[in-house]
Design a binder for this molecule. Sequence first.
Ligand SMILES: [Zn+2]
Ligand SMILES: [Zn+2]
Length: 292
Amino acid sequence: MYDLREAVELLQPESAPTRTSTAIFIFTAPNPGLKTLEGTHTFVVGRRPSVLIDPGPDIPSYVDGLVEWLREEDIEPRAILLSHQHPDHAPGARHLRDVLRVPVWASSRYEETAFEAVEPDFTFGPQQEFPVDEEALRVFETPGHSPDHVAFWLDESGILFSGDTILGRGTSLVAPPEGDMIDYMKTLQHMRTLEPYLIAPGHGPLVNDPLAKIDAYIKHRREREEQILAKLASRPMSVEELVADLYADVDTHLHDLAAGSVAAQLQKLLIEDRVKESAARYELANENYASA
Ligand SMILES: [Zn+2]
Ligand SMILES: [Zn+2]
């Protein structure tokens, strides 16, 4: 039989350095992978009052370990908050809700995701806030990686919980139908205006230089867009041809992911009337304005 003691020993949270007294505990779910890096992070923010962000996938031993740790620390989260409904972040909320008997909160757009959603008890309203220790954790919409994505922001501490919008390492996946590159670029700009002191991402290490990270993310997407436009200036191309050209140095088993990114870029360029498509081939809508 499964022993909770064992889980408690496995679950040693990291703490985030803060400029306030707000307590932040970081756990990592045992779901490492290509897109999840070391695993999905669960955050316990505040001791009293407290909330819990992203219980991760439905791994009962992990969720039970979280519960046991909370009991040992005498922390009673008032709410389970979901950054978005993806299977590496949300499904653990069902079991956690049953055990803790606290409500699950999610974006009001939770049904727009392609994944089976965890039915929330409440959806975030505009200007939604949750008290944690001495400050407020704010919720704001950050669509792009998924339509229902939200981020959480501790204004006084300057800490941004970025979910899958910004990762601790590598780039975030933005691919249709979940992803929208126009929304994603707006979301990055919005996050930049917060001037975070620290980003606590859904995967990977804490980001200690948030503005440099956000700028690098924006630059990366803009460069990809320029590369696509440059390729299309020579001839009409399909997504597959663009991937083969642009990702020639990338292992072919990653080309599916790359195709998603290229498709998201093309969708943005189509909406902006900078590219047109016929029979799954893309070409510049107007050479003179392609780089406008
Ligand atoms: Zn995701
Ligand atoms: Zn994720």
